[in-house]
Design a protein around this ligand. Sequence first.
Ligand code: FMN
Length: 150
Amino acid sequence: MAEITLISGSTLGGAEYVAEHLAEKLEDAGFTTQTLHGPLLEDLPLSGTWLVITSTHGAGDLPDNLQPFYDDLDAQRPDLSNVRFGAIGIGSREYDTFCGAIDKIETLMKGCGAKTVGETLRINVLDHDIPEDPAEEWVGSWINLLKNEQ
Ligand SMILES: Cc1cc2nc3c(=O)[nH]c(=O)nc-3n(C[C@H](O)[C@H](O)[C@H](O)COP(=O)(O)O)c2cc1C
């Protein structure tokens, strides 16, 4: 089955744990995965399926380890019409800019022609001590969508 590239952006490690947990679930479902924490654009295949998981820091900003990816995407605007992607944001409702980072990435990726699969999940850490739990539930539905599209 298809390979899925998991991309995480994190400052404190939470989004990385979620990415690793979801990679296991995807492997259990028969996909192959590669998980990249804070990759550069040049590290990524410009086709296939991506799952982007990022927290938000600053005031609606990307984590430092994913900012170079975003900046390169914005500067180079590669053709992503052969990329389909799922998106998960992790943030806190305490901030007006709740899950601002995933919103920015999603907007930019769509602007480059990438297609979303499924609704973006926004996890409020005030409601979920263990963000892996809502992420795992979401990925079950996402897997069904991917399999139906194949
Ligand atoms: C300094 C600081 C700024 C933050 N700013 C935002 C924000 O603008 N929007 C948001 O939704 N969450 C914000 N958060 C909450 C984090 O996204 C949340 O704690 C998340 O679980 C961190 O995940 P990580 O461990 O992957 O970095 C902020 C947290 C900190 C410590």
